[in-house]
Design a protein. Structure first.
Length: 496
């Protein structure tokens, strides 16, 4: 390869671009001078990212050979950053199928390299004893390595960065519990890595030698127990030293529910994180440094990674979050525009308020809803609904917001997902709490024939079976308090 060829921009495909790593990798690739194509099942999710106008976006699903093959045409480097963990039972089969489709289509399209971010596995532990999460990640890496396309599989343990699930779990456990009885895995040795170093290595892998087809371990300079990590986080955050008492009786299932109750990370995500910490996860090699130069001073250490993440959180500058991924069971398609759609029963609760304020002021209140601002309604009712959702394994209310004042399509918002934003006019949310059906909430700003500002609110529910109908009618008596109060209070807040 000539020098000019080695420096020429590459055509890169990023799958999972709306996720935690993918959403941060895209601007890094653009900054390195590459051209980027993003493949997404719902391209609309990428519309509001700051880099959206600099990339090509195509619709595709990694389990569909036709759309995947089309997305891979003309691609030099394909980043595989998707996994089916959040799809519920059977995620290993889905992961396997998707990886095989991607591998076959990448080979057929003449892709020069695949780059995959997987999980660091413990040494000398049989694959059968790994958690389903790590076992699936390992299998996906093996499928891609056997594809016939040169592949780099990067294996990381705990990724530290603002908004990552691992960081949020560490943060909330440490901040909320000055004294805690913990699972025995807090004694396990771990080699965490800063998200900035992960991104640096992912970008660097685009120009690996063409013959290289192997795994690389990724880790920072510190090897710590989880207990050490909590104590060092406390010090970085200016908190008193934590009193931590490990006990052996907390199984991965019990400890995931414990994490789910204390942190915003639901049990469905906390469990694979906890299971992955049962065994020591320390790098076996650092060969990636031979191909991707380390920055001056070397990789970022644990304390510095925490400081950087906390600074982002405090400045409300978290670009992507773990909750960017959709939740199993939530509707995947937008709400049909026709209210009399042919999908079956559709219950609605509609409210309207004339507002003595400008449309712009009303919109600011609407776009700032949720998180610390709450839902402008009976707080206890929302809190109870959030706790009930957590008890049955849902996400609850504590995911909060990515940004305190701005929303974009795909953002998580407590137990809702932002499905559509029309600036100054419409906010549509779809529910990701556990309900026997599909639910949406629409908030609109309009102007009537007299030029007055009008707030329109609509809750919609598509029931699944008899349980869904029973659910709607059981909560209908409270709609006047919850939804009626919400409409009145939003109007009042805009007026103030």
């Amino acid at each position: 390869m000539t020098t000019d060829e080695a420096q020429a921009p590459l055509q890169c495909l990023v799958t999972g671009a709306s996720g935690y790593i993918g959403g941060r990798l895209v601007p890094e690739l653009l900054g390195a001078g590459h051209q980027v194509r993003c493949m997404a099942r719902t391209p609309e999710k990428l519309r509001d990212f700051p880099w959206a106008g600099q990339v090509e976006t195509v619709r595709g699903d990694v389990t569909d050979p036709e759309s995947t093959g089309s997305a891979l045409k003309g691609i030099d480097v394909a980043y595989y950053l998707v996994h089916a963990l959040n799809t519920g039972r059977g995620f290993e089969d889905t992961d396997r199928k998707a990886a095989k489709v991607f591998a076959e289509q990448a080979k057929a399209a003449g892709v020069r390299r695949i780059v995959y971010l997987g999980g660091l596995t413990p040494a000398r532990i049989p694959e059968s004893e790994l958690s389903p999460h790590l076992r699936s990640r390992t299998e996906v890496g093996r499928i891609l390595l056997d594809s016939g396309v040169p592949t780099a599989v990067l294996r990381a343990a705990v990724i530290l960065g603002s908004g990552s699930a691992s960081f949020e779990m560490l943060r909330y456990l440490t901040e909320r519990l000055p004294l805690m009885v913990t699972p025995s895995w807090v004694r396990t040795r771990i080699q965490p890595v800063a998200v900035r170093d992960v991104l640096r290595c992912l970008v660097g892998c685009a120009r690996l030698p063409s013959e290289l087809n192997r795994t690389f371990d990724l880790g920072g300079p510190d090897v710590l127990t989880y207990r050490d990590m909590m104590q060092r986080y406390a010090r970085a955050a200016g908190l008193p030293r934590r009193l931590i008492f490990p006990v052996p009786v907390l199984t991965p299932s019990l400890s995931s529910h414990w994490v789910g109750l204390v942190t915003p990370v639901p049990a469905s995500i906390a469990r694979p994180l906890a299971e992955s910490l049962r065994h020591e996860v320390v790098c076996h090699e650092n060969d990636i440094a031979q191909y991707v130069p380390e920055p001056p001073g070397g990789p970022i250490g644990f304390d510095r990674a925490v400081e950087l993440a906390l600074k982002r959180v405090q400045e409300a500058d978290v670009t992507t979050r773990w909750s960017s991924a959709s939740v199993a069971g939530a509707p995947s398609d937008p709400l049909p525009t026709d209210p009399d759609w042919a999908g079956g029963s559709l219950y609605t609760d509609s409210r309207e308020q004339t507002v003595d304020a400008s449309p712009e002021k009303l919109w600011r209140v609407i776009e700032g809803i949720g998180g610390e601002n709450g839902w402008y309604s009976f707080p206890l009712a929302w809190a109870v609904r959030g706790w009930l959702d957590r008890l049955v394994g849902g996400v609850g209310l504590r995911r909060g917001r990515r940004d305190a004042s701005r929303l974009r399509v795909g953002d998580s918002l407590d137990f809702w997902r932002v499905e559509e934003v029309e600036q100054g006019r419409l906010l549509r949310l779809r529910a990701e709490m556990r309900v026997p059906g599909l639910a949406w909430l629409e908030l609109r700003v309009e102007t009537d024939e007299k030029g007055r500002t009008v707030y329109r609110q609509r809750a919609l529910f598509h029931p699944h079976g008899l349980a869904g109908h029973a659910y709607w009618w059981s909560v209908a008596p409270f709609h006047g308090v919850v939804f009626g109060g919400m409409a009145r209070n939003i109007a009042a807040a805009a007026t103030r």
